[in-house]
Write a protein that binds this ligand. Structure first.
Ligand SMILES: Cc1cc2nc3c(=O)[nH]c(=O)nc-3n(C[C@H](O)[C@H](O)[C@H](O)COP(=O)(O)OP(=O)(O)OC[C@H]3O[C@@H](n4cnc5c(N)ncnc54)[C@H](O)[C@@H]3O)c2cc1C
Length: 487
């Protein structure tokens, strides 16, 4: 196998694929995917992609200033203004590119784009493909990447170690139980979120924060990892770790939130009611559960026309029906759970980290666009806008690289042992108990000490390098960094 590349991209979600598509065609690229291409958070995105995009003849009263304002309000004005402007200004270009690549977004009967509303947006500006927008975007990007002869895609191949070299970076890979290495001038980390550090999350099982832990390992600055978004309306079946999301767009189309007495309660907490930003709604649910003494909550859209519901939310309708609830006829049980990471590997406007030629894009990165709380449907947009910025930055530097590669070695372990069971479960439990919607400071202190011990044991122990061990190391490092920030 060839093992030297201009760019290695770890991660094949929206960020990684779009980054590869935007690099020049003479760039030799290796795209790594931990499992299969369709297993990632991008594939799960339901609601859509936000943006002010008005092709000819299509008019709305929306404008980029309003999108900026909504993003800042949702983020509690803790956003990076320059990054927000870049995000919003580029929406038109990236959504246009998706359409050129063949993405199919819903239209109204007169042929105009159907834009939906979600919490925190003052205008209908969410482009969507029914309720499975992420899968539509991901499949569009996969189709394109597969036509590119300069891109080598390696599925079921995990980045397990990352080192700096004098000519760029060396990456240790795990494929079918075998370890190998590859080397590059530019490294782009697009490994997604950290949801699997919680007991309950909407995230895909790949979301273990590997890229963040490895970037930290080579000295990249990590920022605001404690800024975690808890989505207020995950389907609550009380036992599945990966919780099925009931999209914000359902509230956008008029669904009510009900407490254990099947009464609306948001008026007690925020005048924006069900369409308040996510952090406000999740917090209101937790406070209401304390007030009523019950964690039973429901989402109800059954008063709307059932054909409308089935056509607008076919995937949600089918999935919830499989769990025994008919969303067109009755309220369905929901509760907040981990959903998104606002912090991550700190990057500048070009998505470059504090380590030269190391880039990070998508959910693993911290661009500053989201502030304290991400506005719905801004993250797919962020993944596209900033991964293209990274591609532009790399394109400008490619000519400076020689054909030489220093191949840093990854020493073999002698007689390694299987990792003891239980670490991952313990970390998840600590995070769920200490750092959920309203953090518990006593539990945070205790949890931090224990996760620090676990991390030390994992990093110093002579354990077999397999995906279980690497993911446990990632969870321990990410948990350690989150709790360290909030202590
Ligand atoms: C249920 C759900 C609904 C959502 N709905 C919306 C929405 O409507 N609108 C919106 O804007 N956002 C939404 N989001 C958020 C959005 O989907 C994500 O933030 C975004 O897709 C992240 O893209 P990404 O490319 O950064 O990561 P991902 O799409 O998660 O991709 C990560 C990639 O990294 C790879 N990877 C991870 N670790 C390694 C490793 N060690 N080695 C090699 N490869 C690795 C994985 O295999 C995967 O290919 C939603 C998220 C969820 C979970």
């Amino acid at each position: 196998m060839e093992n030297t590349y201009d760019v290695i991209i770890a991660g094949c979600g929206a960020a990684g694929l779009y980054h590869a598509i935007n690099l020049p065609r003479n760039t030799r690229i290796l795209l790594l995917c931990k499992q299969e291409l369709t297993l990632c958070n991008s594939a799960l995105a339901q609601g859509g992609i936000a943006g002010v995009y008005q092709p000819d003849g299509d008019t709305t009263d929306d404008c980029t200033d309003l999108h900026v304002q909504d993003t800042l309000i949702a983020g509690g004005f803790k956003n990076n203004n320059e990054a927000v402007q870049l995000l919003v200004d580029n929406a038109k270009f990236e959504i246009g590119t998706l359409l050129e690549l063949g993405a199919d977004f819903d239209r109204t009967p007169d042929g105009k784009f159907h834009r939906t509303l979600e919490g925190g947006h003052s205008r209908h500006r969410i482009f969507h493909h029914k309720d499975s927008t992420g899968a539509e975007i991901l499949n569009t990007l996969i189709r394109k990447v597969k036509t590119l002869s300069n891109v080598t895609i390696m599925e079921n191949t995990m980045m397990v170690n990352l080192k700096k070299s004098s000519t760029g970076f060396s990456v240790q890979l795990l494929h079918n139980g075998n370890l190998s290495s590859a080397h590059c001038h530019f490294m782009t980390i697009c490994t997604g979120g950290i949801g699997r550090i919680y007991e309950f999350t909407t995230n895909s099982k790949i979301a273990t924060g590997d890229g963040i832990a490895m970037a930290y390992g080579i000295g990249a600055k990590i920022k605001n990892l404690h800024l975690i978004q808890f989505h207020p309306t995950a389907f609550n079946n009380h036992h599945t770790r990966e919780c099925f999301l009931i999209s914000e767009a359902v509230r956008g189309e008029g669904a009510y939130l009900l407490n254990c007495n099947k009464e609306r309660f948001m008026q007690l907490y925020d005048e924006r009611l069900e369409l308040a930003p996510r952090d406000v709604v999740s917090r209101s649910i937790v406070l209401e559960s304390r007030r009523t003494g019950s964690s039973d909550f429901f989402l109800d859209i059954s008063y709307k026309d059932s054909e409308f519901i089935k056509n607008r939310f076919p995937m949600i309708y089918e999935s919830v029906l499989e769990q025994g609830y008919d969303i067109t006829k009755e309220p369905i049980p929901i509760f907040p759970c981990q959903h998104y990471l606002m912090g991550g590997i700190n990057v500048d406007r070009k998505s470059e980290t504090s380590e030269p030629n190391l880039f990070a894009c998508g959910e693993c990165s911290h661009t500053g666009v989201h502030g304290n709380n991400r506005l719905a449907s801004n993250s797919l947009l962020e993944a596209l806008v900033f991964s293209r910025q990274a591609a532009l930055a790399i394109s400008e530097r490619l000519h400076t690289c020689t054909q030489d590669f220093e191949e840093v070695q990854f020493p073999e372990k002698e007689n390694p042992q299987p990792m003891p069971k239980g670490f991952r479960t313990e970390i998840r439990h600590i995070m769920q108990e200490s750092c959920f919607v309203i953090p518990d400071s006593a539990k945070i202190l205790e949890g931090f000490e224990r996760i620090r011990e676990i991390r030390k044991q994992l990093l110093n122990g002579n354990y077999i390098i397999d995906s279980n061990y690497i993911e446990a190391c990632s969870l321990a490092t990410v948990g350690y960094l989150i709790l360290k920030e909030v202590i």
